[in-house]
Design a protein around this ligand. Structure first.
Ligand SMILES: [Ca+2]
Length: 413
């Protein structure tokens, strides 16, 4: 067994009403037979912050916290011992926080974010605002897969700036001709919305005479609030994107949901409908038959401070069909009854599918005995998506279905 180490009352009532209506409006989903099996969960690395698995060269890119207190981009072979730091001690890029790597579909390039060199160290050491994934004062860069050539692609506001721009989670389209990222445009003085105003940015990308070029940058801010957005993935035909955000009126960033957005007609499809629960890091399986994402659903978290959400957040890995049906919890890192229990409060974060769709590499962080989020791991989750068409009698409701879960085999209800 593996043991891994006062809002005004009207707003509260509004949120409560939304929650109750979400639960009571849940439709009776169509029944299908079991659709995947969970085979194994094991630790593969004692580091990892955001992750991307190249389907062209089978290498995994992530970030690792170095002895200098800053993250760097690491690439490793999931089937061997080989690993290499691509950004350590490289003069071509600022040697501060570097991370959020994502492969170009060719496997020849990696896009990533890097913090500006002139942000003061005290900012890095007293807040977590400049770590990759929060991305304050980060710029967009590209490097070759061997880490030998670097280019700055796009710059956020200079430091110091009243805008306090941030850039997070760049993602290439399936054909490599589009690049998407999420960008913080300006702060927001509302203490409940102090994550600021964000947007999804989509640009044309191409290599011209051996150098990268981005052009035609479009800013997307779907929904009612224009607050937090995070870029996750493109569909296989690059007509739609997956992202998370708090799009509904009065929804806090900590209640963000997963959405699919059409780049053709701007239509929006809400794939998770939990007004208060944290839903993030959605990625399509290689065959497009499933979406893995993380969620806090079931934990009923009360945040002591919305700006320090990491003190209270608990998440697990979930999987659903691309239309949002068959939502099923995959992991139980927070439950002592399961072999993957870590021994402390655990946050599951970014994940990436293997080329074959039979594994997910997953970032987790969890507490030590003193309650600090001291451990960061990469975990390999092996699964099999089934094609069975054998029909079984439908279960009566969602709760009944949940308690009927069989470990190792999951039913779509
Ligand atoms: Ca949610």
């Amino acid at each position: 067994m593996v043991i891994l180490s006062t809002l005004v009352s009207v707003v509260f009532i509004s949120r409560l009403w939304r929650k109750l209506s979400e639960e009571t409006k849940s439709p009776s989903p169509p029944y299908e037979d079991s659709w995947f099996k969970l085979k194994e969960i094991k630790i593969v690395k004692d580091y990892g912050k955001s992750v991307d698995w190249s389907h062209a060269n089978n290498l995994i890119a992530t970030a690792r916290l170095g002895d200098d207190g800053y993250y760097d981009v690491i690439v490793f072979d999931p089937d061997g011992d080989w690993e290499k730091c691509l950004t350590c001690n490289r003069d071509e890029i600022p040697q501060k926080h570097i991370g959020n790597p994502a492969w170009h579909p060719s496997g020849m390039y990696i896009v990533f974010t890097a913090e500006k060199s002139d942000t003061p160290d005290i900012l890095d050491h007293t807040t977590r605002a400049t770590v990759p994934g929060r991305g304050l004062y980060h710029d967009l860069y590209l490097m070759t897969a061997d880490g030998e050539n670097f280019w700055k692609l796009y710059s956020s506001s200079d430091f110091p700036s009243e805008l306090n721009n941030a850039i997070i989670h760049p993602q290439f389209s399936s054909d490599g001709r589009l690049l998407m990222w999420a960008e913080r445009l300006r702060p927001d003085n509302d203490p409940r919305h102090n994550w600021g105003e964000w947007a999804l940015m989509v640009a044309d990308f191409e290599i011209v005479n051996g150098s990268p070029r981005i052009d035609n940058i479009r800013r997307l801010q779907p929904g009612e609030q224009n607050q937090f957005y995070e870029s996750h993935a493109f569909t296989h035909n690059d007509t739609r994107i997956l992202f998370s955000g708090n799009l509904l009126e009065d929804q806090l960033p900590t209640g963000m949901d997963i959405y699919e957005y059409s780049l053709i007609d701007g239509s929006l499809n809400r794939l998770t409908n939990t007004f208060n629960d944290w839903d993030e890091h959605a990625h399509y399986s290689p065959d497009g038959r499933a979406i893995a994402w993380i969620s806090s659903r079931g934990f009923e978290i009360e945040y002591r401070d919305y700006d320090r959400w990491e003190r209270d957040l608990i998440t697990e890995l979930w999987i659903m069909k691309p239309d949002g049906s068959c939502k099923t919890r995959l992991t139980y890192f927070n439950n002592p009854s399961y072999p993957e229990y870590t021994g402390g409060r655990t946050i599951v974060a970014d994940s990436s599918w293997s080329p074959e769709g039979d594994r997910l590499i997953v970032c987790i962080t969890y507490e030590d005995k003193r309650g600090n989020l001291a451990y960061r791991k990469l975990v390999m989750v092996k699964l099999e998506i089934l094609n069975s068409s054998v029909s079984k009698p439908p279960l009566k409701n969602h709760m009944e279905a949940r308690v009927s879960f069989q470990r190792g085999e999951f039913y779509c209800v």
